[in-house]
Design a binder for this molecule. Structure first.
Ligand code: SF4
Ligand code: SF4
Length: 453
């Protein structure tokens, strides 16, 4: 694509980077076929190519963002399916991140929108505040239909998505020593994150059990917190960088570690991008690049371990939902399925697996209608597989899909932990007890009750 930036504009490193990305696009439109928002409505402006044109116009003419640009960029899920499809290697992620920051700096949103975005940015990344907010949401949750009826769709979506159980206290920083008889083989940092442990501490709990059982010492570092992706996707770049720097400081203080392991693939995509995000920060660039290099999705790390199967999982049929941040953001597709299969699960790919489930960080709150349509489409394709359980590598997807189906939805690491000697994932155990339908065991030596763990 031809561009016409001036030399003065190109002196800005962000503009220079975006110019490079824009020039790589050859307008072929292949990306439109896999873009969820285009697939739903067929509007060119809600396709990657359409958004690229809007961003080019805005940046090239140094214009403040208009309402039209904000609407179409806001509708982008940042699912990055377009990057997987693009034959020209267009780095849409960095382009749209730049556009979101430009919109945030130059466009004044309607008051209700500003309030909602402020609330999300100032509550969710802070586990204590988030825990308090979830407590409050427990009382307000029954008001979701009323909020929907009077037109407060985003508030209604937030209440619908909030859990019905009490939230948990954030996980304190500490070291979990390796418990394997063979001793310690490696030492890793685990990102506890912001939302994960308040809503679903069993996910990181499963990862810690699993790693320590296989000889890996796990450190939850003092001072590490939100990865920054939540505010980054809201265009609040300065806040995202503050959060990234805090994590880099916390992990650098640990000395030698073999990896930084992350169970939320959305966070993993952002931490792997720290090197780029902080490339112009002299004090952090080098350490940011090192952190990015050390970062592994939990499945990438586990696939390197000799996982010992301890539990007959009775060929349980798992519909594996590949989170966008994992398959498109990190290009991790093989490892989760390979581990599950090795451990005795029957893994089924979900048709249209490249399409997002509609979770996408805070997208299901900010764009509830599109998110609901994507969730219904995703749940429909999953249920047609008739699985026993649905697994995904990102809590956001787990929660989004779970609000649309009665099937149990778990994080992949919970299944791996269970098969290698941990407890049965709570939602799977409850579901199987409720349904009274333990699956026939394929091994005469194993009784169905044993499979419940
Ligand atoms: S990131 Fe996803 S929603 Fe956004 S343009 Fe690309 S494919 Fe479409
Ligand atoms: S597939 Fe790539 S090169 Fe083609 S229009 Fe989309 S972003 Fe541009």
């Amino acid at each position: 694509m031809q561009t016409n930036f001036t030399l003065a504009q190109l002196a800005d490193p962000d503009v220079a980077e975006s110019e490079k990305i824009l020039r790589a696009c050859v307008h072929c439109g292949f990306c439109t076929a896999t873009c969820p928002t285009y697939v739903l409505d067929g509007n060119e402006l809600d396709s990657p190519r359409g958004r690229i044109y809007l961003i080019k116009e805005m940046l090239e003419h140094d214009r403040p963002a208009t309402a039209e640009v904000a609407i179409h960029i806001d509708r982008c899920l940042s699912c990055l399916a377009c990057m997987t499809t693009c034959p020209s290697g267009v780095h849409y992620m960095h382009l749209v991140d730049h556009a979101r920051a430009h919109i945030e700096e130059t466009y004044r949103r309607p008051l209700a929108e500003r309030l909602m975005r402020w609330l999300l940015a100032n509550v969710m990344p802070y586990p204590r505040r988030f825990q308090f907010a979830i407590h409050a949401a427990l009382f307000a949750k029954p008001l979701a239909p009323l909020a929907q009826a009077v037109g407060f769709k985003r508030l209604a979506a937030m209440l619908q998505l909030s859990p019905s159980q009490r939230p948990h206290a954030p996980r304190p920083a500490r070291t979990f020593p390796a418990t394997a008889a063979s001793g310690r083989k490696a030492r890793v940092a685990l990102l506890a994150g912001c939302v994960n442990d308040v809503l679903a501490p069993q996910l990181n709990g499963a990862a810690i059990r699993l790693l320590t059982r296989h000889g890996v010492e796990v450190v939850v570092a003092q001072g590490a917190g939100c990865c920054g992706s939540l505010v980054h996707h809201l265009g609040r770049r300065a806040e995202a960088l503050v959060q990234a720097r805090a994590n880099i400081d916390a992990w650098s203080a640990l000395g030698d570690i073999d990896a930084i392991v992350i169970t939320a693939s959305g966070c993993g995509t952002t931490v792997k991008d720290y090197g780029f995000m902080l490339r112009d920060d002299k004090a952090y660039a080098e350490r940011a690049a090192r952190v990015a290099k050390l970062t592994r999705d939990i499945s990438e790390y586990l696939v390197t371990l000799p996982l010992a199967r301890k539990q007959d999982v009775n060929e349980l049929v798992v519909a594996y939902h590949s989170a966008c941040s994992l398959q498109h953001g990190q290009r991790v597709t093989r490892q989760p399925k390979e581990i599950l299969t090795r451990l005795g699960f029957v893994v089924k790919d979900v048709p249209e697996g490249h399409l997002c489930c509609g979770s996408a960080g805070t997208y299901n709150i900010l764009q509830p209608d599109i998110a609901r349509r994507l969730r219904e489409r995703k749940v429909g394709t999953i249920e047609r597989l008739r699985p026993d359980v649905i697994a995904a590598g990102n809590l956001g997807c787990v929660m989004q899909i779970a609000t649309g189906t009665n099937l149990p939805v778990v994080h992949t690491v919970e299944l791996i932990d269970w098969a290698t000697g941990g407890p049965c994932p709570p939602v799977l155990r409850e579901y199987r007890l409720r349904e009274h339908r333990p699956k026939e065991t394929t091994s005469p030596a194993m009784q169905p009750s044993m499979a419940i763990g």
